[in-house]
Design a protein around this ligand. Sequence first.
Ligand code: TYC
Length: 106
Amino acid sequence: MGVEQPDLAVEGETKEEVEVTEPPLYRVFLHNDDFTPRAFVVAVLVAVFHKPEAEAAALMWQAHHHGIALCGIYPLELAETRIARAHEAARESGFPLRFTLEEDRP
Ligand code: TYC
């Protein structure tokens, strides 16, 4: 009895080849709106996305002027958790601040 182990080495090969697949990463985007105060956006980026103040301000201005800013690239669970926390904070304060994510394809 016992659990069967998969053969990692192909018959005849001297070296064992193990393929490593990295987990997909996701881009998180910050979207502009007409209602969320600028200081609130910066505070969320600092508190939830752990951005230094100056970088948070630069991202806020980027979204404010261009409609969208790339906030960071994270594994799926971290991206989803941070977006959920940011949305919770915004909704609690009555603001429509919005983040989205997309797979980071090459
Ligand atoms: N445009 C907002 C304002 O003028 C500020 C803002 C900036 C909101 C960036 C969202 O992602 C954003 N109060």
